[in-house]
Design a protein around this ligand. Structure first.
Ligand code: GLN
Length: 539
C-alpha cells in the first residue's frame, strides 16, 4: 500500500472509558499482523508539558527515551507495543500555543493576525503528520484527550476534520463511546452515544468506526440501531467489554474484529493477507499466565502518593513481571509520612517485598529513611527507585558510616554530609533545556555485581528524571562499609546503581526501570525482584 494511514481516536459520553487502552490495543493488533505503527497523544490542557502536574491529580509523569515528560498514556502505548515514543508522540494545547506564539514573536507570521484557525489548527495538523512523514510507518494512531464537546478540544477536532479532507481514504476516525445499562428498563441505552456522535458530526467529523464500552453484550439489533443513527457500517460498530485486566483487551478486540475492520476501512481489502504473527501467541500466553496465577506477591510501596496511578508504571511493571513468575502482584501503599522508629515493623508487616518510591520534595523523607534501615537490617527484598535509591544511600551514610546528619541538599541544603547533592560532574552531561537529568543515559555495570548478573550484560541504557546525584566523595567510604556503587554513567562517572551485596536483594537505581518494562519485554530488574519474592514464598 505504501502510504501511511492515520487513525484518530476520539471519545464521547464520559471520560475514563479507556481511549488510551483502545489506542494501544489497536496498535498491538496491527503490529501482530506485521505492520509498523506509532501512537501519539494530543491533550487539550494548557500545561506546556505534564512534568509539573501533581501525580495525585494527574497520575504519574511518564518519561520518554529522549527525555520528554508526558502523560501516563504513553506508558500504556509502550507497554502494549514495545515502540519507543519520543517528544513527537505527545502534545498539549499549551505546547502548541507556545510554539505558535514564539513564532509570532520572531515575526514569522509577517505581521498577519494570528488566529486559532488557521494558525493553531495548522500547527496541530503539522504535528499530527510529523511522525508519519519522518518515519517509515504503516499506521499512525492519534488519541485525542478529553471528551467530544469539551470547549478546549475544538481546535484538535477541527484539525482532524481538515486532515480527513486532505488525506481522503488515508484517514479514519474511531469514536469510543459508552452504552449504559439501565437496570430499571433492563436495557442498554444508546442515546448518549447518538448524542456524542451528533456532536462530532456537528464539527464536520463523521466517525468511521464506533467502539462501544458496555458491561453487557451488544445485540445485533442494538449494533444496527447505532449504525443507522450514526451513519456507520453495521460491522463497524464494535463492543469493548469490561475485562478483568487491560491486557486481555487485545485478545477480546481481535475476536471482536477491530483489526479486521480497521484494515478494511483503510483500504486493505483482505485482512487474511496479513495474518497474525507469533507476537499474538506470545501475548495470549502472557494473559493466560496472568489469569492462571493464583498465588500473590504482596509488595509494599513506601511512598507519599496514595493513588494507584501515581506510580502507574511501577505497578504495571510489577504486574507484568509477577505474571511471568506465575504470581499476581498486589501493591499496598505504605504512607511514608506515618512511619516512625516505633511503628516501622508494624507498618511494614505482611509484605513479601518493598519498593522505596521515587518523588520530589521533603514530605515523607524521614519515614522512608526509617523504612530503608528496617529493610536493610532485616534483609528484606527491597528495590529503591530514584529518590528511593537516594534514600538508601542517605540511610547507609547515617547508620553505617555514622554521619547522623547525612542528607540530600534537596531537603537539607546546610547538611555537613551531603550524600546526595548537585555534582560538578553533572555539568558534563547534556541536559535538554532543563535542570533535570531526563531520558535515556548509558550505564556500565560492574562485573560480578548482582545487577550485572540480572541484566546479563555490561552496557545498558535507562531513563532518568531527577536533579540530584550520589555525591562521589562518599563512594570510597560507602564501598568499604558494604554498599557498592555498581552502575556508572561512563561520561560523567555518576553513580546509577547502589547495592548491598551482603543482603539478599537490596538495591537502588538512580534511573527508572519502570519506564521501559513492557508486556512482551519485561524489565530484568522487575523480573529478578519478583522471582526473588516468588522464591522466598515457596520456602
Ligand atoms: N527528588 C530527587 C531528585 O530530583 C529524586 C527524583 C525522583 O525520584 N524522580 O534528584
Amino acid at each position: 500500500m505504501g502510504k501511511t494511514k492515520y487513525i484518530f481516536v476520539t471519545g464521547g459520553v464520559a471520560s475514563s472509558l479507556g481511549k488510551g487502552v483502545i489506542a494501544s490495543t489497536l496498535g498491538r493488533l496491527l503490529q501482530n499482523r506485521g505492520f509498523k505503527i506509532t501512537i501519539q497523544k494530543f491533550d487539550p490542557y494548557i500545561n506546556v508539558d505534564p512534568g509539573t502536574l501533581n501525580p495525585n491529580e494527574h497520575g504519574e509523569c511518564y518519561v520518554t527515551i529522549d527525555g520528554y515528560e508526558c502523560d501516563l498514556d504513553l506508558g500504556h502505548y509502550e507497554r502494549f507495543t514495545d515502540i519507543q515514543t519520543t517528544r513527537d508522540n505527545s502534545y498539549t494545547t499549551g505546547r502548541i500555543y507556545r510554539d505558535v506564539i514564539d513564532k509570532e514573536r520572531r515575526g514569522e507570521y509577517g505581521g498577519k493576525t494570528v488566529q486559532v484557525v488557521p494558525h493553531i489548527t495548522n500547527a496541530i495538523k503539522e504535528k499530527m503528520l510529523k511522525n508519519g512523514k519522518e518515519k517509515d510507518l504503516d499506521f499512525v494512531i492519534t488519541e485525542i484527550g478529553g471528551t467530544v464537546g469539551d470547549i478546549e478540544s475544538l481546535p484538535f477536532l477541527e484539525a482532524i476534520r481538515q486532515l480527513k479532507w486532505d488525506l481522503g481514504e488515508n484517514a479514519i476516525v474511531i469514536h469510543l463511546a459508552y452504552v449504559p445499562y439501565i437496570a430499571a428498563a433492563g436495557e442498554l441505552k444508546t442515546k448518549p452515544t447518538q448524542h456524542s456522535v451528533k456532536t462530532l458530526q456537528s464539527y464536520g467529523i463523521q466517525p468511521d468506526c464506533i467502539v462501544l464500552r458496555a458491561e453487557k453484550e451488544l445485540s445485533e439489533n442494538l449494533r444496527r440501531k447505532v449504525a443507522s443513527f450514526c451513519n456507520v457500517r453495521p460491522d463497524c460498530v464494535l463492543h469493548s467489554p469490561d475485562v478483568p485486566s487491560i491486557y486481555a483487551l487485545p485478545i477480546k478486540m481481535h475476536e471482536e474484529g477491530l483489526d479486521r475492520v480497521v484494515l478494511s476501512l483503510c483500504g486493505y481489502e483482505n485482512a487474511d493477507h496479513y495474518p497474525t504473527t507469533s507476537a499474538y501467541e506470545d501475548w495470549c500466553k502472557f494473559v493466560e499466565l496472568r489469569y492462571s496465577s493464583t498465588k500473590e506477591l504482596h509488595i509494599g510501596f513506601i511512598g507519599k502518593y496514595n493513588l494507584q496511578d501515581a506510580y502507574k508504571s511501577i505497578t504495571e511493571s510489577l504486574l507484568i513481571a509477577s505474571a511471568y513468575c506465575q504470581h499476581k502482584s498486589k501493591c499496598h501503599f505504605i504512607d511514608a509520612e506515618k512511619i516512625t522508629e516505633d511503628n516501622v515493623s508494624e507498618m511494614l508487616k505482611g509484605m513479601d517485598g518493598y519498593i522505596i518510591c521515587p518523588g520530589f520534595g521533603d514530605r515523607g523523607i524521614e519515614g522512608k529513611i526509617i523504612a530503608a534501615k528496617y529493610c536493610r537490617e532485616n534483609n528484606l527484598t527491597t528495590l529503591g527507585i530514584c529518590l528511593g535509591m537516594q534514600i538508601m544511600a542517605i540511610e547507609f551514610a547515617r547508620n553505617v558510616l555514622g554521619y547522623k546528619d547525612a542528607n540530600s541538599t534537596e531537603f537539607a541544603p546546610q547538611t555537613t554530609h551531603p550524600v546526595i547533592d548537585m555534582m560538578e560532574e553533572q555539568k558534563n552531561l547534556v541536559y535538554l533545556g532543563n535542570t533535570m537529568r531526563l531520558g535515556g543515559y548509558d550505564c556500565v555495570l560492574r562485573k560480578g555485581s548482582r545487577v550485572y548478573n540480572i541484566y546479563n550484560q555490561e552496557n545498558i541504557v535507562e531513563r532518568h528524571r531527577h536533579r540530584y546525584e550520589l555525591n562521589s566523595s562518599f563512594i570510597e567510604e560507602m564501598e568499604k562499609a558494604g554498599m557498592i556503587c555498581c552502575g556508572k554513567n561512563p561520561e560523567s562517572n555518576l553513580t546509577e546503581i547502589v547495592e548491598v551485596p551482603s543482603c539478599n536483594f537490596y538495591l537502588g537505581t538512580q534511573f527508572h526501570p519502570e519506564y521501559s518494562s513492557t508486556v512482551l519485554k519485561p524489565h530484568p530488574l522487575f523480573l529478578a525482584f519478583c522471582q526473588k519474592l516468588a522464591k522466598s514464598q515457596s520456602f
